[in-house]
Design a protein around this ligand. Sequence first.
Ligand code: C2E
Ligand code: CA
Ligand code: CA
Ligand code: CA
Length: 275
Amino acid sequence: AKSRGRSRYSIFEPSMGQSLADRAALESDMRIDLCSDAFRPYYQPIVNLASGCIVGFEMLARWERADGKIIGPGQFIPIVEECGLIGELMLKLLEQVCVDAANWPSELTIAINVSPVQFRDPWLSEKVLAVLTRRGFPSRRISLEITENALISDPVAAQRIIESLKNQGMLLALDDFGTGYSSLQHLGMLPFDKLKIDQSFVRNVDTDENAYRMVMAMIRLADSLHLSVVAEGVESRSVLETLQKLGCRDAQGYFLGKPMSMADTTILLRSSQSK
Ligand code: C2E
Ligand code: CA
Ligand code: CA
Ligand code: CA
């Protein structure tokens, strides 16, 4: 009876590893932990390929649970979004970023992901600016990463919010470039500063002729639109060298550095400064 009940009532396939009860437990833990500092910013370095210098970090959220498990955003962001709490979580993480990065070299920019769901909030830009102002953190050091999914449900409203964020001095990056729909239209329409080439292209750039040509075309497109380029998902020296040859400006990936805690980030910055 149990197994029948299971197959009838679970909304997820067993392969997704989550029953309805697991999911409810996760949601309840999440609501409790949102009030503490259990959701922490981790930081992955972004490196300039010509100089080898760190030019900034992408903040990637991690959930450090009481049982010691560290949960990645793939598992909790969708739930936080469904519960209507993603805006709250983002502002909380942003606040922590302002504290963490206050003593880092001032030329480093910190990239922060904005969920498409947040573009339903007409006050998004004002809320972000309020945190930066309160913390005395310069908006030009924040780069907001937006995917094209942000534009699907209400493109006009999203465009207004994006322009407002830009006017407050923040940098804007189009994330996961190449995987969304009608990418080129959005690139021309919106005030982006950066384009992030999705890892699905970058992964094979050194071995696959097609991936190589696609990445080359994306870099040329970005150059002609005066956008800077970040290649995501660099996992080997050979990919890195191919990107260098292609004239890609910045890159990010496990080969260059994994997402790490604030403490490890500070250690990394100290050791790279003394070099
Ligand atoms: P993303 O914005 O595309 O972030 C890049 C993801 O690729 C991160 O996964 C990062 O850890 C991973 N990555 C970096 N280098 C490599 C590599 O060399 N190889 C491979 N295979 N992966 C690499 P992560 O941290 O699990 O985050 C997954 C997604 O969750 C992010 O994708 C982003 O869309 C979302 N996310 C993370 N933090 C936040 C957040 O604070 N707010 C929102 N709304 N979304 C977030
Ligand atoms: Ca991102
Ligand atoms: Ca991405
Ligand atoms: Ca992604």
